[in-house]
Design a protein around this ligand. Structure first.
Ligand code: COA
Length: 321
C-alpha cells in the first residue's frame, strides 16, 4: 500500500510584518535580513491562532481534494506553538470540521514536523489501519520568539499547511529520519509550565533560544546527507527527482544544500521571502502554493526534507498523483 495526496491547503495570518518593521524593534536592517536569510516579510497572528489556521488550512485541503469530513480516519497536527495544550490541536480541528469518525493527536517534531507527520500518516495508511488521513503543520512561532533578540526574531513567521492523503495500492517510498538529542541545546525553548521558584513570564528561557551558527552548520551538513540517503534507500537517482522541497529556514541553507547535492537551484523552490520560517507549516504551505500555480505535474517525484529542534532531520520521497 501507499498514500496518495488528494488535496492541499494553507492559511497564513492577514497581518504582514516586513523587515523595516522589525528594524524598528531591534538593531537590524532590511538589507541585512535579506542578505543573511532571504526573508523579506512574514505573516504574524493577530486574531488568528494555531488552531484557527490549522482548521482553515484543513478545510481548504478537504475542498481541494473533494473529501468529506466524515471520511477522515485520522487527523495529525504537527505543532510546537499551539494556543491549546489540552485538548490537542487535532481534536480542536476535528470539532470544527465535524470529522466525527477521526482519531486525533498532535506531534511535536518542530521544523522536521511536517515530514515526520507525513511519514506517520503513511505508516498508518500502508499498514491498512486507516484509509484517509489529514496531516497539518500549524505554528504561531511569534508567540515563542523574543522580539528583543535580533538573532531569532528576524527569522520566524506564522502559518499552517495541510494535505489530505488516501491509501491506495502500490509501493510506498521508505523515509529517512534522524535525531540527536545531545545537540538539542542549539535550538531550545522551555515550557512556561516548568516548575520554578521564579514564576516570571518574562524569563528568558521561555523564549526560543538559538545558536544560529551551530544550527546553520548542522543543517548544511545533515540535509544533503538525508537527501542522498533517502534516494539511495529507494534506488532513485537525482535525475528522477523534479523538486526538492526543503524546510524554509534560511535561503542560504537551501542554496548550500543544492551546491552540496550538485543539483540546480531551479529544483529547490523557495518562498521564505514571503513567510519566513514557519517551522512545521513551511513544506505544507510550499506544496499548496506549487499545486495551485501549476508547478506540480502528475508523476513528478518530490523529495521533502525537514530539520530543526531536537535536533531532528528527516527526508521522504513522494510521487505527485
Ligand atoms: N541584524 C544585524 N546584525 C546582526 C543580526 C541582525 N538581525 N543578527 C546578528 N547580527 C550581527 C552579529 O552580532 C555579528 O556581528 P559581529 O560580527 O559584529 O559580532 C554579525 O551580525 C554576524 O553574526 P552571525 O551570527 O555570524 O550571523 P550569521 O551569518 O550566522 O546569521 C543567522 C545569523 C541566525 C541568520 C544564521 O546563523 C542562521 O540563519 N542560522 C540558522 C538558523 C535556523 O535556520 N534556525 C531554524 C532551524 S529550523
Amino acid at each position: 500500500m501507499t498514500g496518495r495526496i488528494l488535496g492541499t491547503g494553507a492559511c497564513v495570518p492577514s497581518y504582514i510584518m516586513d523587515n523595516n518593521e522589525i528594524a524598528e524593534m531591534v538593531e537590524t536592517s532590511d538589507a541585512w535580513i535579506r542578505e543573511r536569510t532571504g526573508v523579506v516579510r512574514r505573516h504574524i497572528i493577530h486574531e488568528e491562532t494555531t488552531v484557527s489556521m490549522a482548521c482553515e488550512a484543513a478545510k481548504r485541503a478537504l475542498t481541494d481534494g473533494a473529501v468529506k469530513a466524515e471520511e477522515i480516519d485520522l487527523i495529525l497536527v504537527s505543532t510546537v506553538s499551539s494556543n491549546v495544550i489540552a485538548p490537542c490541536t487535532a481534536c480542536e480541528v476535528q470539532r470544527e470540521l465535524g470529522a466525527v469518525y477521526a482519531s486525533c493527536f498532535d506531534l511535536n517534531g518542530a521544523c522536521s514536523g511536517f515530514v515526520l507527520a507525513y511519514n506517520t500518516a503513511l505508516a498508518y495508511l500502508c499498514g491498512g489501519i486507516y484509509r484517509t488521513v489529514l496531516v497539518i503543520g500549524s505554528e504561531s512561532l511569534s508567540n515563542l520568539v523574543d522580539w528583543k533578540d535580533r538573532g531569532t526574531c528576524i527569522l520566524f513567521g506564522d502559518g499552517a499547511g495541510a494535505v489530505v492523503l488516501r491509501a491506495e495500492a502500490g509501493d510506498a517510498y521508505l523515509p529517512v529520519t534522524h535525531s540527536d538529542g545531545v545537540k538539542g541545546v542549539a535550538l531550545a525553548c522551555q515550557s512556561r509550565l516548568t516548575a520554578s521558584s521564579e514564576k516570571c513570564w518574562d524569563h528568558a528561557d521561555y523564549y526560543l533560544k538559538m545558536d544560529g551558527q551551530a544550527v546553520f552548520k548542522f543543517a548544511v551538513k545533515k540535509v544533503p546527507e538525508a537527501v542522498e540517503e533517502v534516494l539511495e534507500k529507494n534506488h532513485l537517482r537525482k535525475e528522477d527527482i523534479s523538486w526538492y522541497l526543503l524546510h524554509q529556514a534560511n535561503q542560504r541553507i537551501i542554496e548550500a544544500a543544492a551546491r552540496r547535492l550538485r543539483e540546480p537551484m531551479e529544483k529547490f523552490p523557495i518562498n521564505i521571502q514571503e513567510y519566513g520560517n514557519t517551522s512545521s507549516a513551511s513544506i505544507g504551505i510550499l506544496l499548496d502554493e506549487m499545486k495551485r500555480d501549476g508547478r506540480l505535474q502528475s508523476g513528478q517525484k518530490i523529495v521533502i526534507a525537514g530539520f530543526g529542534a531536537g535536533l531532528t532531520w528527516a527526508a521522504s520521497v513522494l510521487q505527485w498523483p
